[in-house]
Structures are given as structure tokens and as C-alpha cells.
Design a protein around this ligand. Structure first.
Ligand SMILES: NC(=O)c1ccc[n+]([C@@H]2O[C@H](COP(=O)([O-])OP(=O)(O)OC[C@H]3O[C@@H](n4cnc5c(N)ncnc54)[C@H](O)[C@@H]3O)[C@@H](O)[C@H]2O)c1
Length: 696
């Protein structure tokens, strides 16, 4: 069923939206609503019309299955349906439960009255896809709730709860049976001969001077939204709702909507939306694959990662036990967790009762004898193969059959770790990102023998703990950190060649990265990168080239924020990086010794070298099958590394630049200083010559 049902209990027609799962306004449903209206209008027994949703929503908006298909635009389109509703000679009442979002709320705004069940969420979230409500929402919402509140709702895209809806959005809150409530409300409207309240005929309200309001709003929103394209356009549309007649306002909205839909930024945001959905599909692990039940979780190691992972599970309501070898380590780990939750409570973002509930889910142990019946174990001990071996041999001995054994290793070979057990099918990498209770990315590292059942289970689990799971094959650094290494390498060389660390950071931040590479590594710990460089140089001295200055920073014990000095320096209690003349001198000296002629480096070069380093390594990762699809790589960078959403991820970005251009620039770098660090990926060359794209 993907249409609308029609019934006339008594003298009110009921049009039920029925297109599971969320009554997306697909073509069949739009046709169904239009047909229902026509029947109700023709039926002289019908005095009023109720629009109500079947199942789990009034309507979640456009049917995403129709995106980019002709059906999305097929007649009647949503604007036409809403115009019909509004034009109806009989009162139309929207009866909302659970969800009225996007086009769903725009449809409700076309109705003459809106009632809602308590707990319903109402939103115009289009901004999150880089667009704006394009079916009259920008013109009707200000007429319903005033310009200021409408602007806030559409620029944030956040839902409002029916009980807290601004005046004008909902006419009545209906606890109990919604349909019965709607029928009663409809009969009341008829009996009281209430007018057909059409928002198109109402005035937009706004306190104070409109010109000042919109000028201030435009300035604030331009600052907040950086390069996101939709918010400034929403401001203009709301201003149009005040300044233009309704139909001219609709036309204005339509023009802006179409411009946005065609913008690269919005395409990038829609790409990210679909990429996130696609990431949960594993081609050789069909949806029908059985999954195991995960109730009890054990975490080995209560350090930085173990603590964060424990919080992620406690937040999602899992029972868990943390194991360490020494009581002090357990105490320290638990204290950190308590402090972190306490800080959130102090900020008013978590109630004390919720904190207590989460802490109550946590238990600790020093003994492997206490954990055998858990369903999942996640190891987060020191990054050392010897220690991992000890842990996995023990786990193999004590865990019940069917328990999933996961490692949070960042760099070690998951196949080797699996080989320490007699059940490598049950072993998988669960690579969390720090802080693990905050970062959304979860790289799911698939070992050579990891079973489909285990993969399907951890994919489902990722959703349960509100993470975005992305499957990666086994290699040094998996997807994210392997690419990061090339990005960092370029940032080190850019500095050796003449750019100051702050200039590199600023250029990349201005381009959209959440942080520059030097500030980021000062936060993560420069010693981590140092350790990796040493290992890599030993493994492949020919290609693993790095300038010496960054090692010298580490040799001084300057590991970043944790030592109050890194590439930048830090004042006590502050995380704000301050450029350090000592480091500028260290860099200049090291470059002179290396015989490097230092020069002025443009922002364009900084960005191209850094971002194309990601792209080139991403292409190798894709070609080797380490990532299943280009969009998975994009999701890794969007959710784990602060890559700007409006650029869609490194692979999508390369597609928008054009692969021949990307290749040409990389070939130029290859001929330049330290060109041996650049080897164009064969897949990039192949796609560039065939006018292809990574995200086909
Ligand atoms: N720190 C990060 O940003 C990050 C990110 C992703 C993954 N990782 C990986 O997570 C793992 C842990 O890293 P971390 O930063 O939390 O380290 P950490 O040093 O903060 O914590 C390690 C903890 O493991 C405990 N431990 C050591 N050996 C043990 C054993 N045999 N049995 C039980 N407990 C033991 C230690 O007492 C310590 O509390 C490493 O494999 C690391 O590569 C770290």
C-alpha cells in the first residue's frame, strides 16, 4: 500500500495517508490525497475532511525512494496537492501524530486546522539537506507563528514538540484516540460555522522594525552558517513572506529552492545523507543474515578509549563490565567517567537521575572469571601486539561460545589478533574515535575470517549506540588513519617549505575543516604520530619520507595539549593554540640544514596538497577493496575527521572538482619537492581518463 485510504464515517471524510514506513509523500500518496479531496468535495453528505496518517507518522515528508526519479515531480506535485487542500470549500483538518516533518508539515500548514497528539514532533528540517521548504513552508509558517519563530524553526531544522509548539501551529492538543478527537473537532468546526482559516490570507506578524530584524538575522546567520548555503536563503524567503503578496512569495521561494537544489553544497549534503544509509549495507552480508543478541558487554581496559566506549554503551542502556589488571587503574577509569558525566550534569544537559542510571549499569572486575557469559567483549588495552596476544588468548579461554571478540586497535593487524584465538570468525575490529562517547564514527574492521553474522550484528549494534558504522578491510590505518597519514605528511612538508603551522591550519579551517592538522595533532598527542612515523620509515624508507622538524618537536617532549606545548604552546587551563616563536626558529633551522629553499606558499596550494593527499590515498583504498564504496570513505571523513559536510567528503569533493583536474595537479606535485611521496593512484588515473567519478 503506498497511497491514501478514503472513508466517510458519518458526515466527515477521512483521508488516511498510508505509505509505510513514514507516509512519505510519494506520487501514489499524492494522487490518493487529491482523489480523496475530489470525492469529499463532490459528496454532499460530507461536511468536513480529516487528513490523518496510518502507522508511525502523520508524514515524514518527501518519499526519499523517489529522490532523483521522475516520480518526485510527477503530477500532482506536493505544491499542487497543498493548493487543493487550502482551496477546499469544506474545512480540512490535519490530525497529526508522532511525526510531521518537511513536506508533511507543509501539507498540514495547507489545512485549515491542525490538531496533534501529545509527543508529536513538528519540523521543517530541509536546511539539513542544504535546501529550504519548497512547498510553501517558508510562506505559510511565518503566517502561522510569526516571522521570528518561523525563521528559527527553519534555520535550525530542529523539531518542536506539539505541547510546546508556538501559538498558531496547532489548534488543539488531543490526548487519547486521535481519529475520534479529529472527528469531534471537525464536527465542532462545522457546528460553530468556523471560517476556513487559510494561512495564505493571514498577515505575517513581527515585533519591531522589519528592516532591522532581517538585517540583524542575516548577519548572525551568515556567521553561524559559514558556507552552508540554505540559511541565508531562508532569511530572504521569510522576509519575502512579509514583503510580498502570498503568490509572489511562493514564486520567490520556488526560485530560491531551485537554486539551492542545483548548488554543489546541497548536492554534497544530500550525498552525505544517502551515503550514511548506504554504509550500513554490506554486499555479501544480506539483510536477512541472522544477528546475535547483545545484552552484556565487557570492556577490557579503562583508559582513554575504554572509558569513552563504556560511556557510549551506558548511554544506550547496555549493562557492562570493565576489566583491568589493577584496582588503581579501575578506580582511575571509573573516576574519569564519573567526572565526565558530572560535567554534563553541571551544564544542565543530563539529569542527575540519568547519570545515576548510567553509572548503575557499570560494574568493574579484575578477573576474567567474571566475564565469560558476556555477549560482546571490546578490548582497549595498550597498542602493543604482545599485550593484545595475552588478552585474546585469555578471552578465547573464558568467553562463552558465540561471544563476539572485538579489538579497538588503531594500527595493529586484526587478522593476527584473531589468530590468537581458535574462533577467528568471532573476531572483529571496532575502531572507535576519541572521545568515543561523542564521535559518531565507528570503523568496523573486517578480518579475513570475520563471519557475516558477526558483521551483521555489529552493524546493528553501531546503530543502537548511535554510531555510524563503516566497514573497512585490514590494512595499516584502515580507512581513516591511513588517509590521515598522507594529509599530515603534506602539512609537515608545507611547513618545511615555508608555511607557518598557523597558516596551514588557517587555510584548511577557512576551507571548512573543523580544525587544522597541527591543532588537531596537538590535541590527539604528537607522540602518536611520532611513533607511527618511526615505524613507517623503518618499513619503507624509500617512500615514507617526512621532514625532520616535526620529530624534533617531539624530541623536546612537546606532545601537544597534554604537555602544554606541542607545535603550539598553551596557557594553563586553556586549549587555545598560541603560535610559538621557538617552534618557528626550530622549523627554520631544520629547513636550512635540509637545504630547503623556503618560499611563500599560497592557501590554494595548502588546500590542494592536503586534500588531494586524502583523495589519492582514498582512491588506493577503494581500489584495494579496503573500503566498499567511495561514499563510505566520505562518511569516514565527515563523521570522524571534521571534513566539511557541504563539500560532501574527499571523494565527492574530487568528483566536483573533476578527476582529470585532480590528477593533473597531483602529477605536478609529483614533479616537485619530495615528489616521491606522491604516486597517483591507478584508479584515479583510470577514472580521470574515462570521464568517470568515484561516486558513480
Ligand atoms: N587514544 C586514541 O585516540 C585512540 C583512538 C582509537 C583507538 N585507540 C586504541 O585503543 C586502545 C587503547 O588506547 P587508549 O588511548 O585508551 O590507551 P590508554 O593507555 O589510555 O588505556 C589503556 C588501558 O588499558 C589498560 N591495560 C593495559 N594492559 C591491560 C591488560 N592486559 N588487561 C587489562 N587492561 C590493560 C591500562 O591499564 C590502561 O588503563 C589502543 O589499542 C589504541 O590504539 C586509541
Amino acid at each position: 500500500m503506498s497511497g491514501a485510504e478514503y472513508a466517510v464515517p458519518g458526515d466527515v471524510a477521512v483521508i488516511t495517508l498510508n505509505n509505510p514506513p513514514v507516509n512519505g509523500l510519494g506520487h501514489a500518496l499524492r494522487q490518493g490525497i487529491a482523489a480523496g479531496l475530489e470525492r469529499a468535495t463532490a459528496d454532499t453528505n460530507v461536511r468536513a475532511i480529516v487528513l490523518i496518517g496510518a502507522g508511525n507518522a502523520f508524514s515524514g515528508g518527501a518519499d526519499i525512494r523517489e529522490f532523483n526519479t521522475p516520480a518526485a515531480m510527477a503530477s500532482p506535485n506536493l505544491r499542487e496537492v497543498i493548493a487543493e487542500v487550502e482551496r477546499s470549500s469544506k474545512p480540512v483538518i490535519a490530525a497529526i501524530h508522532k511525526v510531521a516533518m518537511g513536506g508533511g508539515l507543509e501539507l498540514a500548514l495547507g489545512c485549515h486546522y491542525r490538531i496533534a497528539a501529545p509527543g508529536s514532533q513538528l519540523a521543517l528540517p530541509e536546511v539539513k539537506l542544504g535546501i529550504l521548504p519548497g512547498a510553501g513552508g517558508t510562506q505559510r509558517l511565518p503566517r502561522a507563528i510569526g516571522a521570528a519563530k518561523a525563521l528559527e524553526m527553519m534555520v535550525s531544522g530542529n523539531p518542536v514538540l506539539a505541547e510546546r509548539a508556538p501559538a498558531g501551529l496547532i489548534d488543539e492538543l488531543v490526548p487519547g484516540d486521535l481519529l475520534q478527537g479529529a472527528l469531534a473537532f471537525a464536527r465542532k468546526v462545522v457546528a460553530e460555522k468556523r471560517p476556513l482559516r487559510k494561512l495564505r490570507d493571514e498577515q505575517v506578524t513581527l515585533e519591531g522594525d522589519a528592516a532591522t530584524f532581517f538585517a540583524t538575522a542575516a548577519q548572525r546567520i551568515a556567521q553561524e552558517s559559514r558556507a552552508f548555503p540554505a540559511p541565508p536563503n531562508i532569511v530572504d524567503c521569510v522576509a519575502a513572506s512579509l514583503n510580498l503578496p502570498f503568490d509572489a512569495g511562493l514564486k520567490f521561494e520556488r526560485e530560491r529552492y531551485e537554486q539551492l537544489v542545483a548548488s554543489t553544497e546541497s548536492k554534497a549534503m544530500r550525498h552525505a545523507f544517502f551515503a550514511e544509509r548506504a554504509a550500513s549495507k554490506i554486499p555479501d552480508v544480506p539483510d536477512s543474515t541472522p544477528t546475535r543478541t547483545i545484552k552484556r558487554v565487557v570492556i577490557i581496559g579503562a583508559g582513554t578509549m575504554g572509558g569513552g566506549i563504556a560511556m557510549a554503551f551506558a548511554n544506550a542502556g547496555f549493562e557492562l563490565t570493565v576489566l583491568e589488571l589493577k584496582q588503581e587503574a579501575l578506580d582511575r577509569g571509573l573516576e574519569t567517567i564519573r567526572k565526565n558525566y558530572g560535567a554534563t550534569v553541571a551544564k544542565g544537559r543530563l539529569s542527575q537521575a540519568d547519570m545515576d542510571r548510567r553509572m548503575g549499569l557499570l560494574s568493574t572486575t579484575l578477573s576474567y572469571d567474571a566475564i565469560g557469559d558476556a555477549d560482546l567483549v571490546i578490548e582497549a588495552v595498550f597498542e602493543d601486539m604482545g599485550v593484545k596476544e595475552q588478552v585474546f588468548r585469555k578471552l578465547d579461554a573464558v568467553m562463552k561460545p558465540g561471544a563476539i571478540l572485538a579489538t579497538n586497535t588503531s594500527t595493529l593487524d586484526v587478522n593476527r589478533i584473531a589468530s590468537f584465538t581458535a574462533r577467528s570468525g568471532d573476531v572483529v575490529g571496532l575502531h572507535f574515535f576519541s572521545p568515543a562517547n561523542v564521535m559518531r564514527l565507528l570503523e568496523i574492521v573486517r578480518g579475513a575470517k570475520t563471519s557475516g553474522e558477526v558483521l551483521a550484528t555489529v552493524m546493528t549494534l553501531a546503530k543502537a549506540i548511535k554510531k555510524v558504522g563503516v566497514v573497512a578491510g585490514v590494512c595499516d590505518g584502515f580507512i581513516g588513519n591511513r588517509m590521515l597519514e598522507e594529509y599530515l605528511r603534506q602539512s609537515y612538508f608545507l611547513v618545511e617549505e615555508g608555511a607557518a603551522p598557523r597558516e596551514v591550519d588557517k587555510a584548511l579551517q577557512d576551507w571548512g575543516m573543523a580544525m587544522g592538522p597541527f591543532a588537531m595533532m596537538d590535541m590527539a598527542g604528537q607522540d602518536i604520530g611520532w611513533h607511527i612515523r618511526k615505524r613507517r620509515r623503518a618499513e619503507d624508507p624509500e617512500h615514507q619520507v617526512y621532514p625532520v622538524w616535526i620529530d624534533r618537536v617531539c624530541e623536546l617532549g612537546r606532545f601537544g595539549q597534554k604537555t602544554a606545548k606541542g607545535v603550539y604552546k598553551y596557557e594553563a587551563g586553556s586549549r587555545a593554540p598560541i603560535p610559538d616563536p621557538e617552534i618557528d626558529k626550530l622549523i627554520a633551522d631544520a629547513a636550512r640544514e635540509a637545504g630547503v629553499h623556503r618560499r611563500q606558499i599560497s592557501n590554494e596550494e595548502i588546500v590542494e596538497r592536503s586534500v588531494y593527499a586524502l583523495v589519492n590515498e582514498g582512491a588506493k583504498i577503494l581500489d584495494e577493496g579496503i573500503a566498499l564504496r567511495a561514499s563510505d570513505i566520505d562518511i569516514v571523513y565527515l563523521t570522524g575527521y571534521g571534513f566539511p559536510l557541504y563539500r560532501g567528503g574527499p571523494m565527492f569533493y574530487a568528483d566536483t572538482v573533476g578527476l582529470p583536474k585532480v590528477l593533473e595537479v597531483i602529477e605536478r606535485f609529483q614533479k616537485g619537492y619530495q615528489g616521491r611521496a606522491w604516486k597517483p593512484a591507478p584508479l584515479l588515473a583510470k577514472l580521470a581518463s574515462a570521464a568517470g567519478r568515484f561516486n558513480a
